[in-house]
Design a protein around this ligand. Structure first.
Ligand code: NAD
Length: 327
């Protein structure tokens, strides 16, 4: 296998993965398909844009005929599917694009993978498909039932169930990963960590949902990309792998850590009304990925958050451009 189609490769996690694969697999050719929605940005791929083993198509994955033309031209032997609408708050305001891309878009990629034949379809799902853990104890194993809370997580669960159905019904060789909350360089500044960094850098109020008591398991984006790569190479057909870091923090602690790294006072924190249906806690049992993929997240939260804050300070112009688009 040496030609891999990556959907959503201009996104936060996808771009990290594309760069990793080009470096670690010198024989592979990478074909990125990405609609360049508000969340996609080719700047994330600038450093590899003239690599002869890399090609890029700006295309919406729900457009089956356009996708078929790309498939006919490129004939990929493997697929890694990351393209998605990914922001929970946006899914609460308007679920429709989430259903289109995350469910219908997934179906288009599955159909074409079946029609042309691929030897591996790696689907990137999320820990949010499990719903919430109601208290500080317990973890989700891969067998835990799906109980998504938001239109985002419901659309991801829908896409994932289709992937499983294509494996069961048509023997499509699929593997699924469910990563926990990612953070790191190049994340679009609507997600918690970049929002906090931007606001604090400008000494503006830092909004925190509810009382900031919700727990999240933070996975550094390079570790996530390595987990996806490991699952693509070593995952057993039809299997699901949690990709968690074990690095759990309450949101308020995360915010306080960032403020302290920036030398800002905690009185910038402003509690705002909680997000509807806000999941209290996610925490993944990681044993299967350790055992079968030999994968484990390497980056401790303290180290990753420092690197992230430094990156945002150095790349403040990029963040500013994005903030202007949002406002
Ligand atoms: P992102 O929003 O940064 O990137 C998504 C990419 O998909 C963008 O480049 C966008 O242009 C592209 N895209 C969106 N709709 C498209 C369409 N219809 N056709 C083609 N391209 C389209 O997201 P991310 O944070 O990089 O997440 C990547 C994947 O990982 C998603 O499937 C997400 O659900 C999953 N995930 C993310 C996290 C996280 O914390 N970021 C955690 C677990 C799982």
């Amino acid at each position: 296998m040496n030609k891999i189609l990556i959907s959503g490769g201009a996104g936060f996690i996808g771009a990290n993965l594309v760069k990793l694969l080009l470096e670690w697999e010198p024989e592979w050719k990478i074909v990125v398909v990405d609609a360049l929605t508000y969340a996609g940005d080719k700047k994330r791929l600038e450093e590899i844009s003239d690599n002869p083993r890399f090609s890029f198509y700006q295309v919406d994955i729900t457009q089956k005929e356009k996708m078929r033309e790309i498939w006919e031209r490129e004939k990929p032997q493997g697929v890694i599917h990351l393209a998605a609408e990914s922001h929970v708050d946006r899914s609460i305001k308007d679920p429709s694009p989430f259903i289109l891309t995350n469910v219908l878009g997934t179906e288009v990629l599955l159909e074409l993978s079946l029609e042309f034949g691929v030897s591996r379809f790696l689907h990137v799902s999320t820990d949010e498909v499990y719903g919430e853990l109601k208290d500080k104890e317990g973890k989700f194993t891969e067998e835990h039932p799906l109980a998504p809370s938001s239109p985002y997580s419901a659309s991801k669960a829908g896409g994932e169930l289709l992937v499983k159905a294509y494996e069961r019904t048509f023997d499509l060789p699929v593997v699924i990963v469910r990563p926990s909350n990612n953070y790191g360089p190049w994340q679009y500044p609507e997600k918690l960590i970049p929002v906090v960094i931007w606001q604090a850098l400008h000494r503006q109020p830092v909004p925190v949902y509810g009382r900031g008591e919700n727990w999240r398991e933070w996975l550094y984006v390079e570790d996530c990309a390595q987990g996806i790569y490991a699952a693509f190479l070593k995952g057993r057909e039809g299997e699901i792998y949690n990709l968690g870091s074990g690095e759990e923090r309450q949101n308020l602690d995360t915010v306080k850590t960032i403020l302290s790294l920036l030398g800002e006072k905690e009185d910038l924190i402003q509690f705002v009304p909680d997000r509807p249906g806000h999941d209290f806690r996610y925490f993944l049992d990681n044993q299967k990925a350790k055992r079968e993929l030999n994968w484990e997240a390497k980056t401790k939260f303290e180290e990753g958050i420092k690197k992230t804050v430094d990156w945002y300070i150095k790349n403040i112009k990029w963040v500013e451009e994005k903030i202007k688009e949002i406002r």
